[in-house]
Ligand binder design. Structure first.
Ligand SMILES: Nc1ncnc2c1ncn2[C@@H]1O[C@H](COP(=O)(O)OP(=O)(O)OP(=O)(O)O)[C@@H](O)[C@H]1O
Ligand SMILES: [Mg+2]
Length: 517
């Protein structure tokens, strides 16, 4: 055979994928966060990283973005071996990360943050007005309602998230990395982000996307890579894999029932509010009650006022008018301390870093809420053994990864930090529980644990309120379901009336009422 004939039968050399990882390993003291990971991401594809809390997703992203080098292994980007990569070198070649924990400088404005480390220069001179124009254009293009002049520390989490996304999109982007980007965006901004993702894909940008939300994965993914305990388990075509298969690969076990069967035994009214309006105007004249022994759900789109309603009940959001009654007694003071003393637990949706002492062990962070109880201290001295005996089993229930309560919270993955916040409220005897988006940011396996936890609370007679934007979740868990829309209660659904269809039609009915009024 001649050389020419051979070359004719050889398939044409396919172009190397945009990103290729070979045997990437990352060790932290006592934890092998990544263990010999091979992975490739193609130009124009959206590649989902899927795995339990602590599986190594954020660590992988940090390696690719130059935050720290891998302990061993190599990776190539756009055909070049990346070595000694720094965050600014990564940006310069077109690797743009949006981190789970934000990287903005709080004391600077949005536009200053956008241009930090890559001041645009015209002939070597700092072009301040050009920079400002570019920032404004980009934010307008994204359709984000974000003031470029606002200081970052004055923005709420959703707006910080928008600034973070804008920052990643500035400049030359060839690989966009999004680590749970929608966790604090409203529906509208999520929609804009998805449109933008489609456009970037058609421009040939590769995208790495981390999410625990199955619906999102379904809507966006081309391929899905499952990571477990730092190892690459499998890369699959999103079009042919089922949710069940993904979850099984992720957890290493089959999860048949996501939502447990809950026995509701409604008893006395634990909390009632009458004609309640909040000072910020987001809740308007709401009547609501929650009974012991059952789960009361509040459904509605992001921004409908459902979070503000529970925040007002707990005493965080100031009210303008209305009354709150606790176990039949009108409350004259609404503040979180009084609420906690009265036996109310509140789990905020934004459990992020707020309220956690990052350098302190998990044990201390969890027991914090209970240390005033005599069981855990004597004359101000903490009873370590009692503390450990309490916190250990709680964190075991929540499947803390790795299962060591002596590690500092700062070393935990995002989802495991949230479990610390959940653990805190389990550490004392409370009988009214307010959950705002209980499953945001936690993996499917841990969701099952949280639902089981909620089930136990209710069946032991607690009153539980679950606020959720995830319709399947709130429909499955609640016994009575309020639907909120534009700050008002649009419907109360019970029994067979509690269906997705009825929730959606109550939005439209409320819209019609608003228009008529
Ligand atoms: N800076 C660090 N120091 C020590 N250990 C760390 C550090 N960062 C991460 N780890 C550990 O590495 C492992 C992987 O964490 P990583 O943050 O990558 O998880 P993840 O998959 O992003 O999880 P999540 O879904 O909860 O965000 C965890 O065991 C975590 O505790
Ligand atoms: Mg993470």
């Amino acid at each position: 055979m001649t050389a020419a004939a051979i070359s004719q039968t050889t398939p044409p050399q396919t172009a190397e994928p945009l990103l290729v990882l070979s045997g990437v390993t990352k060790e932290f003291p006592g934890v092998l966060a990544l263990d010999g990971v091979d992975l490739d991401v193609r130009a124009g594809e959206l590649h989902v990283l899927f795995g339990e809390n602590g599986a190594g997703k954020s660590t992988l992203i940090n390696v690719i973005s130059g935050t720290f080098p891998p302990t061993s292994g190599t990776f190539r980007f756009a055909g070049e071996e990346m070595q000694g990569l720094t965050p600014s070198a990564a940006r310069a070649v077109g690797i743009s990360p949006v981190f789970q924990e934000f990287s903005l400088v709080p004391s600077l404005t949005v536009e200053e943050n956008l241009f930090l480390g890559r001041e645009k220069s015209a002939a070597g001179v700092l072009d301040a007005s050009g920079m400002r124009r570019r920032a404004r254009e980009l934010i307008a293009e994204l359709g984000f309602d974000l003031d470029p002049k606002a200081r970052v520390d004055r923005l709420d989490r959703a707006h910080q998230q928008m600034a973070e996304i804008a920052k990643a999109l500035l400049g030359n982007v060839r690989l966009l990395i999004l680590d749970e980007p929608t966790a604090s965006l409203t529906e509208r901004e999520t929609g804009r982000l998805f449109e933008l993702i489609a456009k970037l894909k058609s421009d040939g940008v590769g995208i790495i996307y981390v999410s625990h939300r199955m619906r999102e994965i379904r809507a966006l993914a081309d391929r899905v890579t499952v990571l477990r305990d730092g190892r690459h388990i499998k890369t699959l075509d999103a079009a042919t894999v089922t949710d069940g298969e993904l979850v099984e690969l992720m957890t290493g076990r089959k999860i048949d029932v996501l939502f447990p069967a809950i026995t509701h035994k409604p008893a006395e009214t634990a909390i009632a509010v009458e004609n309640l309006s909040t000072a910020d105007g987001l809740v308007k004249g709401v009547d609501f009650f929650a009974r012991a022994g059952e789960i009361t759900g509040i459904a509605g789109l992001v921004g409908c006022g459902k979070s503000e309603l529970v925040r007002a009940i707990y005493g965080i959001a100031p009210i303008a008018s209305g009354t709150v009654t606790l176990r039949g007694e009108p409350l004259h003071r609404l503040d979180p301390r009084t609420s906690l003393r009265s036996g109310i637990a509140y789990f905020p949706a934004n459990r992020g870093v707020e309220g956690l002492a990052l350098s302190r062990p998990i044990r201390e962070n969890v027991s914090m809420a209970a240390l005033d109880l005599d069981r855990y201290q004597r004359r101000g001295i903490i009873r370590r053994a009692a503390e450990r005996a309490l916190i250990g089993p709680i964190m075991e229930t929540l499947k803390l990864r790795p299962p060591n309560i002596e590690r500092p919270v700062g070393n935990l993955s995002g989802g495991n930090r949230q479990k610390v916040m959940l653990g805190r409220a389990m550490a004392r005897d409370l009988d009214i529980f307010l959950f705002d988006e209980p499953s945001v940011g936690i993996d499917v396996g841990a969701k099952v644990e949280v639902y089981e936890f909620i089930k136990r609370l209710v069946e032991q007679g607690a009153a539980v309120v679950v606020v959720s934007s995830e319709l399947p979740e709130v429909l499955a868990l609640s016994n009575r379901l309020y639907v909120m829309h534009h700050g008002r209660i649009a419907a109360l659904l019970e029994g067979p009336a509690k269906t997705e269809q009825n929730v959606l039609s109550s939005f439209f009915e409320e819209e019609a009422r608003e228009k008529a009024a």
